[in-house]
Design a protein around this ligand. Structure first.
Ligand SMILES: NC(=O)c1ccc[n+]([C@@H]2O[C@H](COP(=O)([O-])OP(=O)(O)OC[C@H]3O[C@@H](n4cnc5c(N)ncnc54)[C@H](OP(=O)(O)O)[C@@H]3O)[C@@H](O)[C@H]2O)c1
Length: 213
């Protein structure tokens, strides 16, 4: 995000806000995750692949090889099955598509799972239970404001990694999260666990505090 907490222009354009050092750090996070989860709009707007890329991984050749031999499962939440499956996300390797609709047959690279609907979207708590049953115990959500806000609102986030660039994107740009809060009393309070510079950017690791803390 920018220093004023914006993650994309109103048009959806968002590449690039942070620099190569921050993006390499994101690559390490992807590599250590069991799975990466994103949303339909991010896959369509950014043509995002969310793969681990050897040339960007800040690791020794041995660790790089190990990471690439065990890539994270890439997951897209596509409740209404509206994302075209010829996009780069699908052609870059095996993926899991999560929907609340009756899914089509699996293909060689696309596995579909059906999860109950909650308020017009996939029920995220049920989804995380299903993923845990598959042994996914470190899940990285890399998404835009809607899905990021939905995970926070559902209380399903253990840690936030925020990469902050020294730029202002202005008030027409999109926020970090869609989180409609009216009262100060309802603010999501965080504990900052770590904050450090990555070249010209900052990385903040924070943990949501329980509502009554
Ligand atoms: N700066 C960054 O790091 C960064 C990272 C990623 C994306 N972006 C930008 O973010 C923009 C896209 O963001 P976005 O938020 O519109 O798209 P998104 O991250 O793809 O989120 C939309 C997805 O979230 C799902 N969703 C929304 N509310 C939900 C809920 N309550 N429960 C469960 N699922 C829910 C939607 O489900 P349905 O399928 O049911 O509609 C949809 O699949 C793009 O402009 C992209 O460039 C920026």
């Amino acid at each position: 995000m920018s220093l004023d907490g914006r993650t994309a222009m109103a048009s959806g354009e968002s590449q690039w806000i942070t620099g190569p050092a921050a993006r390499a750090d994101v690559q390490s996070l992807r590599a250590r995750s069991s799975a990466i989860i994103t949303g339909a709009e991010t896959v369509m707007t950014d043509n995002a692949r969310l793969t681990v890329r050897a040339e960007q991984l800040p690791l020794s050749p041995e660790l790089c090889e190990l990471a690439l031999s065990r890539p994270p499962l890439r997951i897209v939440i596509d409740g209404r099955l509206r994302v075209p499956t010829d996009l780069a996300f699908f052609t870059a390797g095996p993926v899991l598509v999560v929907t609340y609709q009756t899914p089509p047959e699996n293909t060689a690279v696309i596995e579909y799972i059906q999860v109950p609907e909650l308020n017009g979207h996939v029920d995220l708590s049920v989804l995380l239970g299903r993923l845990a049953q598959r042994g996914i115990n470190e899940l990285m959500v890399e998404a835009g404001p809607q899905l990021a806000g939905a995970f926070i609102q559902a209380g399903l986030v253990d840690e936030l990694y925020i990469y902050m660039a020294a730029m202002l994107l202005g008030s027409s740009a999109q926020p970090l999260m869609q989180l409609p809060i009216e009262l100060m009393a309802d603010a999501v309070r965080l504990q900052i666990l770590d904050m450090r510079a990555l070249a010209n950017d900052w990385r903040i690791i924070a943990r949501p505090l329980a509502a009554d803390v």
